[in-house]
Design a protein around this ligand. Structure first.
Ligand code: ZN
Length: 151
């Protein structure tokens, strides 16, 4: 596996200096998921202002891709409304399928994860934080009976 291709500078920066890592005292969203394939664990917490994400934090442990992806997510989606959140959640799913609908500029640091799509075993690492947040947003909306994959 060509590690150089995945472990780019942006990923390492987020892994070593994670943004918004920690706990929120009274979160509206509090979801914890694991990726047994790799041993990644990600907890996502958020406070909500109506349907808009106010504060967004993550905690957990795991490989650099899972942790960097969580850090990138919190940076992109703090203060995001439901449309923006849905757009970026779809964007990373697209990237992991080798597709890209948004421009590199729009994707910001998320573009660093593009190369992960070539390594199916690592795709779940990159998606973990995002599917965890997606679940939390659905539960918050009161849609806990629907599946995150249905869109
Ligand atoms: Zn992993």
């Amino acid at each position: 596996m060509a590690l150089d291709e995945i472990y780019q500078e942006i990923i390492l920066d987020h892994y070593k200096n994670p943004r918004n890592r920690g706990m929120i005292e009274n979160p509206d969203i509090d979801v914890y998921e694991t990726n047994p394939l790799c041993g990644d664990e990600i907890g996502v917490q958020a406070t909500m202002n109506g349907q808009e994400i106010d504060e967004l934090k993550f905690h957990g442990k795991g490989c650099s891709i899972s942790q960097a992806s969580a850090s990138i997510m919190t940076e992109l989606l703090t203060k995001a409304g439901p449309e923006k959140a849905a757009k970026y959640i779809q964007a990373i799913k697209d990237l992991m399928n080798g597709k890209q609908a948004m421009s590199d500029d729009e994707l910001e640091d998320l573009i660093a994860l593009k190369g992960v799509s070539k390594y199916p075993a690592r795709v779940k690492c990159a998606l973990l934080a995002w599917t965890t947040l997606e679940l939390g947003l659905l539960e918050h909306k009161g849609g806990s009976h629907s599946h995150p994959d249905e869109s």
